[in-house]
Design a protein around this ligand. Structure first.
Ligand code: FAD
Length: 143
């Protein structure tokens, strides 16, 4: 967290509940060997994202998770401060818990277009101004 300065505090609860050691252990358990060649960033030893995707898909299958693609979430229903369900383009689902993980605005063509921000904004959450956190830099070779 220290590497992210003051903003690092934001991660405290999440890392307290599930830190990098637990994450490495989890991947080990579902068959993914990892290593940290530079002592900081952790990679699958295969250095292929397919290893991660396949292991997670197999684990979800093992746990009986239904994966519904092409279900764009449009609205979350809340009654008396309790989550009641959500509406997608095609369906309505009843549920009492939601993990909202709709991504940032870094690369909209990959699917994340900021929907999560407008969904929670409508529910009364404060959404701060959004700024790019990663961008390409073009440099000019001199001489
Ligand atoms: C070019 C590029 C290179 C990167 N390289 C690296 C790297 O090397 N290492 C690294 O650690 N990170 C890298 N990152 C950053 C990393 O990709 C992101 O931090 C990470 O993907 C964020 O994960 P996420 O689950 O929060 O969001 P996302 O991966 O953006 O996932 C959000 C998902 O929500 C879905 N979604 C959005 N709105 C809705 C809706 N209304 N209903 C239903 N689904 C919806 C989207 O389709 C998407 O599948 C890179 C990012 C970019 C753009």
């Amino acid at each position: 967290m220290k590497r992210f300065g003051r903003d690092g505090r934001f991660m405290q609860d999440a890392l307290g509940a599930f830190d990098h050691k637990q994450l490495i252990h989890f991947f080990d358990k579902i068959g993914v060997d990892t290593h940290a060649p530079d002592g900081y960033r952790v990679f699958p030893t295969s250095h292929s994202s397919i290893t991660i995707i396949k292991a997670l898909a197999d684990e979800m299958n093992h746990l009986g998770v239904d994966i519904l693609c092409g279900e764009k979430v449009e609205e979350i229903f809340i009654e008396a401060s309790k989550i009641k369900g959500l509406k997608t383009q095609n369906n309505t689902f009843n549920c009492s818990n939601i993990v909202l993980a709709t991504g940032g605005l870094g690369y909209p063509v990959l699917g994340a277009e900021g929907d999560g921000h407008s969904i929670v904004d409508k529910l009364g959450h404060k959404v701060t101004d959004l700024h790019p956190a990663m961008m390409p830099l073009k440099t000019k070779r001199l001489g």
